[in-house]
Design a protein around this ligand. Structure first.
Ligand code: A5P
Length: 214
């Protein structure tokens, strides 16, 4: 499994040129890309979590603050689930808000994953991760449950100091509508559904790396 993650990450790093501003995602797959960027490229990284910031510093990558840039050249990140239209579920690592902001600012958003992350429909294997403001979070959880999921509070807070929940939905609904409904609930900061955002996915499989493109 680690080899599959590493092979996908290596493909993504091929797209990175010296001098670029690069979004650095969070998770075990993208960590292979971060280590390789540190060894082979001179770029400015914009980390999506405290964990990634620490790793990038250790790898010798120069870091910039997100407030320094209007646009990021390329963002590389992992995913919890990927469907055939390159829609993603993200956030099991709790970094979904910063990951989404960095992805939205990027000209190219590249996803790296192993083949176990491919699904026919989102919500098949992973819950939808949602970040909530602490004030009134129990009410927000009830609102989420009224959309038809089981909502479980996680122990760990986000790097922004907010609550994180896992929402277990059935994979049958329209994912675009679900994303809009979740976002419209007062108290929701952001959700981990990344719809129509990825430009390219490198999927590490036993027979090599598959590229999915929009
Ligand atoms: C972090 O919050 C997540 O969005 C990760 O990008 C996602 O969970 C993938 O992580 P792995 O590469 O460790 O599976």
């Amino acid at each position: 499994m680690e080899e599959l993650k590493r092979s996908a990450a290596e493909k993504a790093v091929e797209l990175i040129e010296n001098g670029m501003v690069v979004g650095l995602g969070t998770g075990s797959t993208v960590s292979y890309a971060i280590k390789l960027i540190g060894k082979t490229r001179k770029v400015t990284g914009v980390p999506t979590s405290v964990e990634t910031e620490k790793l990038a510093k250790k790898c010798g990558i120069r870091l910039g603050s997100i407030e320094d840039f209007d646009v990021i050249d390329i963002d590389i990140d992992g995913a919890d689930e990927i469907d055939g239209s390159l829609n993603l579920s993200k956030g099991l690592g709790g970094a979904l808000y910063r990951e989404k902001v960095v992805a939205l600012m990027s000209k190219t958003f590249v996803v790296v994953a192993d083949e176990s992350k491919l699904v026919e429909k989102l919500c098949e294997k992973a819950p939808v991760s949602v970040e909530l403001l602490p004030f009134g979070y129990r009410r927000t959880m009830r609102e989420l449950e009224s959309l038809g999921c089981r909502c479980v509070l996680r122990e760990k807070r986000s790097d922004n100091g907010n609550m994180l929940v896992s929402c277990y939905f059935e994979p049958l609904q329209s994912i675009e509508d679900l994303a809009k409904e979740i976002k419209s609930i007062t108290g929701v900061v952001e959700h981990g559904l990344f719809i129509g955002m990825a430009s390219k996915c490198f999927i590490g499989g036993r027979r090599g790396v598959i590229t999915l493109e929009r």
